[in-house]
Write a protein that binds this ligand. Structure first.
Ligand code: ZN
Length: 311
C-alpha cells in the first residue's frame, strides 16, 4: 500500500469514552470476547518467522498452508480465487484465499468481509511482521472466534494476494489479487449483498493509531468508532486523516462499502522517513515493533463492529 496524499493530515479531538463498563463486563458468549489476542500474536510471530513471503517463495507457500490448516480446523468453507497475473516481473500465479462462515441457503443473507493481504513486498530480507504478518494472523484468530460464535450475516475472511506493487502503485501494479476478486464478486452479482468490507493492514503496530482513511466509507468507520467507544479504545482510532491506496480501493471501485483499517504511521514520521513511517517497507519491520495489546484492540473492535452490523 502507499500513502496517496502527503498534504492531508489533521488531528482529531479525542472522542468521549464513557459507555465502556457495560461492554467490558458483557457475557463471554459474544464474538468479540471470543477473540484470542495471544493466539493472534503467536500467529503473527509464526508467519513472520516464515521469512520473506513474496509470491512463489517458500515462506509464501508455508503461509498458504497455515491459512488452509486453520480454516479446515475451524470448519470454514474454503474457496480459492486463482489466476495468473501479468506483471512487470512476468506472469505470477496469484491465489486469494476465502474462508466462509455461517452461510445459509437464504439468497438474501447479507455478507460481511474481513480482509488482509498475506503477500510481502518483493524485497530481500523483508519479513513484514506488521505489514503482512499481523493482518494474516488477525484473520486466523478471527476464524477461531467465528468457529465459537455464530452470526446472522455470513462472514467471509479473505486473504488477498499480490497486494504489494512490484514497482509502484500505478495502473495494474499493486492491489492485483483484490482487483480480481472484486471484479469476480461484481460478475457474480454479489455486490449488493455485501454489507461492508473491513481491510486490516499494519494493525499490529505497538504504537497503535488507526487512521481515518479518507477514501473509505464513512458510515462504516462510524460503526467502528461506536464499537471502539464501547470497548474504551477510542483513542486508538481516527485521531488523524490520510488517504491510502490499499486493497479496499478495489472493492470500493465495484461499489462495495469498504474501510481501510490501517495504522499509517509506523515508527518516526517526517523528512528522511517513508511517508508511512520509518519502519514501513523497511527490513526493520520485525516482531519487536508488534504488540499483543494492539492486536487485541483492533481484533475486539472489529469483531464488535461485525456484531453491530449483525442486527
Ligand atoms: Zn506494504
Amino acid at each position: 500500500m502507499t500513502r496517496a496524499n502527503s498534504l492531508f493530515t489533521s488531528a482529531f479531538c479525542l472522542l468521549p469514552s464513557a459507555l465502556i463498563l457495560a461492554a467490558a463486563q458483557s457475557a463471554p458468549t459474544s464474538l468479540h470476547d471470543a477473540f484470542d489476542a495471544a493466539a493472534a500474536y503467536a500467529y503473527t510471530a509464526q508467519v513472520a518467522g516464515f521469512g520473506e513471503r513474496m509470491p512463489g517463495s517458500a515462506g509464501y507457500r508455508k503461509t498458504q498452508d497455515l491459512i488452509q490448516q486453520v480454516l479446515r480446523k475451524t470448519g470454514a468453507t474454503i474457496e480459492f480465487d486463482d489466476f495468473t497475473a501479468r506483471t512487470p516481473k512476468g506472469p505470477i500465479a496469484v491465489r486469494n484465499i476465502i474462508g466462509k462462515f455461517h452461510a445459509t441457503t437464504a439468497p438474501d443473507q447479507r455478507i460481511v468481509i474481513l480482509a488482509g493481504h498475506y503477500d510481502t513486498l518483493f524485497k530481500p530480507g523483508f519479513i513484514g511482521a506488521n505489514d503482512g504478518a499481523s493482518s494474516t494472523a488477525i484473520l486466523l484468530a478471527f476464524a477461531e472466534a467465528l468457529a465459537k460464535q455464530k452470526t446472522a450475516n455470513q462472514v467471509w475472511l479473505v486473504w488477498t494476494d499480490l497486494e504489494e506493487a512490484i514497482n509502484e502503485f500505478q495502473g495494474d501494479d499493486g492491489l492485483v489479487g483484490s482487483r480480481h476478486l472484486a471484479q469476480k464478486l461484481a460478475a457474480d452479482g454479489l455486490v449488493s449483498r455485501v454489507r461492508g468490507l473491513f481491510l486490516l493492514d499494519m494493525i499490529g503496530d505497538k504504537d497503535l493509531g488507526v487512521a481515518r482513511e479518507t477514501i473509505s466509507t464513512r458510515w462504516l468507520q462510524d460503526f467502528i468508532a461506536q464499537a471502539a467507544q464501547r470497548l474504551g479504545y477510542s483513542r486508538s482510532f481516527f485521531q488523524y486523516e490520510v488517504a491510502i491506496i490499499d486493497d479496499h480501493k478495489s472493492f470500493l471501485d465495484v461499489g462495495i462499502p469498504s474501510v481501510d483499517v490501517v495504522d499509517a504511521r509506523f515508527g518516526r514520521m517526517g523528512p528522511g522517513f517513508d511517508g508511512m513511517g520509518e519502519f514501513h517497507h523497511a527490513n526493520t519491520d520485525t516482531m519487536d515493533k508488534v504488540s499483543k495489546a494492539s492486536l487485541e484492540i483492533v481484533g475486539r473492535t472489529i469483531l464488535l463492529t461485525v456484531e453491530l452490523l449483525d442486527r
